[in-house]
Ligand binder design. Structure first.
Ligand code: UN1
Length: 493
């Protein structure tokens, strides 16, 4: 299969374009090839989007929402197929593939509901016979740059609010996971979304991403990806005075207090650390444990880690799939060396898995470091793989301090039976998402998703908050007095 760009309602026929392979990280099998687009392709897509958006903005929002209901319905009908495409191209286990598609379905129906809300404000004017209100206005053509670890859910967090708010979009999916985008293009088409509202341009960040950022008709860039790339995106957007929403790394921790339900904490840690092979921005990569609970927690964690089945995510019994590619394997492994050099104690894992079917894919052993101190690089930097570091603390206050002592601020969690501690924790944990008695993953789409400090730049994906990225506030004053009324002057004696 050859995946080509989706522009102006059709898949392009690109005989002369360059194509690169899409590879199943579990088996090494080539699944498809995908177009490597150029700046000229971006230009063409923006032209189509710009023309379409003018008309789209005039379609009543509840009517725009009808397309989202249909998109959601089609996704639901096709859930199993979409999940298997996702698992094959990205590697997450099929159960999680289904979960991610469900996240997209939820987003479709939720944002469709916004078609009948998109609330603004009406407010009194300071002058007589004058009316004041604010409305959310569409912005125009928006650019979406999405990562490979959630090839569909994150794209829906961005594209669905963009659609309902009356924008057209250019979406550049990650090079590793174009097949989900291709499936979504088919769905956009079948749902009857007007041509040019949704456009997908495949290609690299350096070529396509840069062309999007530099294009003056793309008014917003919404980016999810690594902190290094995000910083470059922000710098370039800054130069062009372009609105930019960034969702980047995390160094998320689970805190386990001495009064915690340890079995529950172990389940929460395993799911958030080794689910998606640790490749979530929200993944747990630090466990901050009260010294009184440390030995027991470590022992129970190891027992359960040893039971994890690793392999091709298409096998329903597998719990941990591969990581995305060879480069990821190498990066994860380099952190094992770093941890050892820093004096951390490698208790489990720490190796690239080989032999049998492991040789065909990119498999890393679930890994546990103990004796980690908060300043070590393995406790500070995002590893994005199945690796956890146990950090011992002596008090609740110290746990909070260690949690907050990193440059990131996406997700955090605390296991405790003490309600006062739980409430103090939700107040003091400096992250955009906080869980009490649950792991660090599992955000629901109707709440804002994003983080503090180095995780983002103050914007949020999903929830109503996403509308702030894809709309401009417009304040409207209607003077029905029939005379000149000067604000701040004529109402003052
Ligand atoms: C991500 O890792 O970038 O909360 C997204 C979660 C998922 C989304 C993760 N609902 O883990």
């Amino acid at each position: 299969m050859k995946l080509t760009n989706f522009v102006n309602g059709g898949f392009q026929q690109e005989e002369s374009a360059e194509f690169v392979p899409v590879v199943n990280p579990a088996t090494g099998e080539e699944l498809a090839t995908v177009q490597r687009s150029t700046a000229a392709d971006v230009e063409e897509a923006v032209k189509a989007a710009k023309a379409a958006q003018k008309k789209w903005a005039l379609v009543p929002a509840p009517k725009r929402a009808d397309y989202l209901y249909e998109i959601g319905r089609l996704m639901k009908e096709r859930k199993e197929h979409l999940a298997s495409v996702l698992t094959k191209e990205m590697g997450k286990v099929i159960e999680e593939g289904r979960g991610e598609v469900q996240e997209g379905i939820d987003m479709a129906f939720y944002m469709a509901g916004e078609g009948r809300r998109l609330f603004g404000e009406t407010t009194p004017s300071e002058l007589a016979d004058k009316f004041a209100m604010s409305v959310r206005a569409p912005i125009g053509v928006v650019g979406l740059i999405t990562p490979w670890n959630f090839p569909v859910a994150i794209a829906t967090w961005k594209s669905f609010p963009a659609i309902v708010a009356g924008n057209a979009f250019i979406w550049k999916p990650a090079t590793e996971t174009p097949m989900m985008a291709y499936e979504m293009a088919k769905i956009f088409k079948e749902a009857g979304l007007p041509d040019g509202v949704a456009n997908i341009v495949f290609g690299s960040g350096s070529e396509v991403g840069t062309a999007m950022i530099e294009h003056r008709d793309i008014r917003v860039i919404s980016f999810t990806g690594s902190t290094d790339t995000g910083r470059k995106v922000a710098e370039l957007c800054g130069r062009h005075l372009k609105k930019v929403s960034l969702e980047m790394g995390g160094k998320n921790a689970v805190i386990v207090m001495d009064d915690a339900d340890l079995d529950l904490a172990v389940d929460g840690i395993l799911w958030s650390a080794f689910g998606t092979a640790g490749q979530r921005c929200t993944a747990c990569s630090r466990v901050i444990v009260h010294k009184a609970a440390k030995e027991k927690l470590q022992q129970r964690l190891l027992e359960k880690m040893d039971q994890l089945t690793i392999g091709d995510g298409m096998d329903e019994t597998v719990k941990v799939g591969p990581v995305i590619n060879q480069k990821a394997l190498e990066k994860i492994h380099s952190y094992i060396e770093i941890g050892k050099e820093e004096g951390a104690e490698l208790i489990r894992g720490g190796e690239i898995l080989t032999g049998g079917h492991f040789d065909k894919g990119n498999y890393y052993a679930p890994t546990l470091f103990a004796g980690v101190t908060p300043g070590m690089r393995i406790a500070q930097e995002e590893i994005f793989g199945p690796v956890i570091s146990l950090i011992e603390v002596a008090s609740f206050e110290e746990a909070i301090e260690v949690n907050n002592g990193v440059i990131y601020g996406l997700s955090s969690s605390i296991f405790t039976a003490d309600v006062n501690r739980a409430f103090k924790a939700q107040r003091d944990l400096d992250t955009g998402i906080v869980y009490i008695n649950a792991g660090t993953t599992g955000a629901e789409i109707h709440l804002p998703f994003g983080g503090t400090k180095g995780t983002g730049n103050g914007h949020r994906d999903s929830g109503v908050a996403a509308l702030d990225v894809f709309t401009e506030w417009k304040s409207i004053y209607v003077d029905f007095s029939g005379k000149l009324q000067r604000a701040q002057i004529d109402n003052k004696a």
